[in-house]
Design a protein around this ligand. Structure first.
Ligand SMILES: [Zn+2]
Length: 148
């Protein structure tokens, strides 16, 4: 295995980063998520269904919860995609293939991909790498720890 650089602790990319960033998937959400319908929920609807604060949902959106925007900029979340995302985070393996520099994990493709149009933003002691998946065009993120 090669020597890892910055970001080694978030080697599963988006999934692992969600975890290490402290996204808490509570038991209540694990129980309720599979009951969501394959339809689009607005954030307030989803917050109501799951009994979570708006702030929590905003954080999840920021850290990779699949969603879409309509032409007026409103966010919509597919209930089944949400359930799959919860499940993916919950079951993300601890031991994972390290991501290379400039890569992130695409939930849609379930693969490590090179981030297109990468942008880096600092958030506390982490760097958020955002960009597009070259395969499916989905916006992807990766949290990179920066303790140095
Ligand atoms: Zn993709």
């Amino acid at each position: 295995m090669s020597k890892l650089s910055v970001g080694q602790d978030i080697s599963a990319g988006q999934l692992h980063s969600a975890r290490s960033l402290g996204i808490k998937i509570t038991q209540a959400i694990i129980v309720k998520a599979p009951g969501l319908l394959p339809m689009l929920y607005s954030p307030p609807e989803l917050e109501g269904e799951l009994g979570i604060p708006a702030r929590t949902l905003r954080d999840w959106l920021k850290w990779g919860l699949p969603h879409q925007r309509d032409e007026t900029g409103h966010i919509w979340i597919n209930g089944q995609e949400f359930a799959a995302w919860v499940n993916a985070i919950r079951t993300a393996p601890k031991r994972t293939v390290p991501l290379k520099d400039g890569q992130a994990f695409c939930v849609g493709c379930r693969a490590a991909v090179i981030v297109l149009e990468p942008q880096r933003r600092r958030n506390g002691n982490r760097i958020l790498l955002s960009g597009k998946c070259p395969t499916c065009g989905r916006t992807i993120h990766r949290g990179i720890r920066d303790d140095q």
